[in-house]
Write a protein that binds this ligand. Structure first.
Ligand SMILES: C[S@@+](CC[C@H](N)C(=O)[O-])C[C@H]1O[C@@H](n2cnc3c(N)ncnc32)[C@H](O)[C@@H]1O
Length: 334
């Protein structure tokens, strides 16, 4: 994200040299190079209205403007993921695509390592996305880059309707993503994973904050950083419904419950995983994993500096059982 942008006339500053590659992103991430706005506008002409020049005369958008951020997402999803249609209801989370793609690439790399250097590819690989959201971002990326099929769950019927429309209106996704409503917000797998259903991987970007107030001050902080001055009125830019931003106990409790509940589905799913944003959550998550008696766990670092985060992945299957699973399900897949 740029440090500076202008919404008025550009000032004559000398051109800034940018590193060619955003090295904090995973090597397989499609978004490592600076946005090529000409290319993006070619696929999504409406983006042109939102492009401005920053003080270095580089093309960019106003990242504090929700309409501009949403249009950039539409253009990226069209150009890189072949989506003809993508939209979210007003006020819903507008995800930064490059960061979301990193989760998929890091976890794919991890599975590749487990699978003796071969990426598990194709729609026989079943991924469960807990909290798919209105934006459906992980199934879009995971299907495009690895061909995986998805089950997306959510507690919010409006989010599921929106995700359903994205799947329905894009031929590339049709038949590849199934959406399921979780009617009990305290549950993550129960009622979602059906009897005898086999899941190769579950992923989750959990609600982060512990209260509405905490979520609001987080949004204000983000906006203040984007505007380089203190913002006191919340404006929806990356958006977020209450259920997307917070839950009782915050990510700590959500992840603890998910870990403890995963034990009940240990035979149905090979690898469980989640994003863990806070360092303090990592410690408690590892304690919960220990308590649940997992056979193996892995912490996978993502990003760098103040954008650093991590994935925690765990399984109840021993190395021998993992090998049997991969031989049975991942071998024939090219
Ligand atoms: C941070 S948002 C993530 C949305 C999307 N995956 C993304 O990364 O942009 C968390 C999502 O989890 C959903 N959610 C909350 N509790 C849930 C539960 N128990 N089961 C499934 N989804 C849940 C929320 O409604 C919300 O859509």
């Amino acid at each position: 994200m740029p440090d500076h942008y202008l919404t008025k006339a550009p000032m004559p500053e000398k051109k800034k040299e940018h590193p060619k590659i955003k090295s904090r992103l995973h090597p397989h991430n499609r978004h490592r190079e600076r946005y090529d706005f000409k290319q993006l506008i070619a696929g999504c002409p409406e983006l042109a209205d939102f492009v401005v020049l920053n003080i270095y005369s580089d093309e960019t958008i106003d990242f504090a403007d929700p309409a501009a951020v949403k249009m950039l997402n539409k253009a990226l999803l069209k150009h890189y993921y072949d989506l003809d249609y993508w939209d979210i209801p007003q006020g819903y989370l507008c995800p930064p695509i490059p960061g979301r793609a990193d989760y998929i690439h890091h976890i794919a790399d991890f599975l590749c390592g487990k699978n003796f250097g071969t990426f598990p590819m194709g729609d026989k690989i079943k991924c469960l996305d807990i909290g798919v959201g209105a934006n459906c971002v992980y199934p879009i990326i995971g299907n495009k880059d690895y061909g995986w099929s998805f089950i997306g769950s959510d507690t919010d019927p409006v989010a599921l309707e929106s995700a359903g429309k994205i799947v329905e209106l894009n031929p590339v996704l049709k038949g590849k993503v199934e959406l399921r409503l979780q009617t009990d917000p305290k549950e993550t797998f129960y009622r979602i994973i059906q009897k005898d259903e086999i899941i190769d991987l579950s992923i989750c970007n959990p609600p982060f904050h512990a209260s509405a107030e905490e979520a609001q001050s987080g949004t204000l902080r983000k906006l203040s950083n984007l505007n380089s001055k203190k913002v006191t009125e919340p404006v929806l830019n990356f958006g977020g419904q209450p259920g997307e931003l917070w839950c009782e106990g915050g990510e700590g409790r959500f992840i603890r419950d998910m870990i403890l509940q995963s034990k009940q589905f240990s035979a149905s799913c090979l690898w469980f995983s989640t994003i863990v944003s806070k360092q303090s959550t990592l410690k408690s998550a590892i304690k919960s994993l220990d308590k649940a008696g997992v056979a193996e766990l892995k912490t996978i670092p993502m990003g760098q500096g103040n954008k650093a985060s991590r994935i925690v992945a765990w399984t109840f299957h021993t190395t021998e059982q993992q090998k049997k699973w991969m031989d049975a399900r991942w071998k024939e897949i090219v």
